[in-house]
Design a protein around this ligand. Structure first.
Ligand code: GLA
Length: 379
């Protein structure tokens, strides 16, 4: 049995059950006996592929995930007065996601973040990727994991309602080597946590860096930006970048810089010091790897808090610098600069060119795993 077959063998057992359960449910109704789980048709892609939208409810939060791009479409969470609102940027309809938008809620891969000049050499072979963020490759290419339809398997995990999404990326897709099988499982726990578990296997060595690109605005559907949100990052170092956002390779202390979020600071407090075009924060922070929340965001206006935990070595904190009002999202809100922020747990950008960064190459026989969670509460 080759490595891919072994990899695929990790997932098939429940598939039959999944097919049976899907066959007996009508769109929009609860799925079998799984508490807090329902499914709806979300429309079709331009190629006529059907897209499903799963709703996972547990504790005080409701999460919607679409099979298009394994995308988190919304996360509803209460504020300190119990008022429930969606705390992510996104669209109500599939059309919004099919159009141009900067990865709202998407699962990003095969390689999240940038690869310098869209070129790399692995095991003596040269590979060329689409330069979709000149002069670099960004977020998996022209049709990354955010633009494909994943297969869904809803199930009841011991922690709560869950949906596993799988996708097999063929050898050579977007220029990357190896047939890569990916599974991303979204679970909503009774503790108001959205947990995302990733697994992947390959039959040829490939760079791999999976992430989720949800934009948060803890104010809900609002005109207010995220500049008042207070951020804490358990990260005493970051990876400085050149003016094309490619790391220089250095790992530098945040102390004394506007990137020091080791104590809670409003995102807007020092953002003006982050000059350049478009300015703002778009940096990989090196997580200190302590137990507990590694990133915390607090919105003083609504009292909402999100805490991120991850097994990844880094997090790209992106302050929505490229949002320019051209995407009008849920509630008719035009998403302007700094309207949302991302905490993209991941390996460091352009790792393939930096041997001093944690390894981001997956080889046959190995299994890639990642767990990243976002827990919602109020103060
Ligand atoms: C990531 C990148 C940003 C930007 C957004 C999408 O967060 O680091 O530079 O490309 O995705 O707009």
């Amino acid at each position: 049995m080759n490595a891919l077959a072994t990899g695929a063998g990790r997932f098939p057992a429940p598939l039959l059950g999944c097919l049976l359960s899907l066959a007996i449910v009508a769109p929009g109704v609860a799925l079998g006996d799984v508490k807090g789980l329902s499914k709806m048709d979300f429309g079709k892609t331009k190629d006529g592929e059907a897209v499903e939208l799963y709703t996972l409810k547990n504790g005080r939060i409701v999460v919607k995930v679409a099979t298009y791009g394994a995308t988190i479409v919304s996360i509803e969470a209460p504020d300190r007065d119990g008022k429930v609102d969606d705390v992510t940027l996104g669209f109500d309809t599939l059309e919004g996601y099919l159009g141009e938008h900067p990865y709202f809620g998407a699962t990003v891969g095969r390689v999240a973040n940038r690869i310098a000049k869209g070129k790399f050499t692995l095991d003596g072979e040269d590979y060329t990727l689409a330069v979709n963020n000149p002069p670099n490759a960004l977020h998996g290419g022209l049709k990354g994991f955010n633009r494909v339809v994943w297969k869904a398997r809803p199930f009841e995990s011991p922690e709560g309602p869950a949906v596993e999404m799988t996708y097999t990326s063929p050898d050579g897709e977007e220029g990357y080597p190896g047939n890569l099988t990916v599974a991303v499982t979204f679970t909503v726990t009774a503790d108001d946590e959205l947990k995302i578990d990733y697994k992947a296997t390959t039959d040829k060595a490939t760079p791999l860096n999976l992430s989720n690109h949800t934009y948060f605005n803890l104010g809900g559907k609002t005109d207010a930006s995220i500049l008042d949100h207070e951020l804490t990052l358990v990260a005493s170092h970051y990876t400085p970048v050149d003016d094309t956002l490619i790391p220089t390779g250095e790992i530098v202390p945040v102390g004394g810089t506007p990137l020091d979020f080791t104590k809670p600071v409003a995102i807007g407090a020092r953002i003006a010091k982050m000059t350049g075009d478009p300015g703002g924060y778009d940096h990989n922070f090196v997580l200190d790897g302590k137990p507990g929340a590694l990133a915390t965001v607090y919105d003083p206006r609504t009292g909402r808090v999100v805490e991120m935990k991850t097994t990844e070595p880094g997090v790209q904190f992106y302050s929505g610098n490229f949002l320019d009002g051209s995407n009008v999202g849920r509630g008719g809100v035009a998403y302007k600069k700094h309207h949302g922020m991302c905490l993209e747990a991941q390996h460091f950008p352009d790792s393939i060119h930096h041997p001093n960064f944690p390894n981001a190459v997956l080889r046959p026989g190995e299994t890639y795993t990642q767990t990243t969670s976002y827990r919602f509460s109020t103060r």
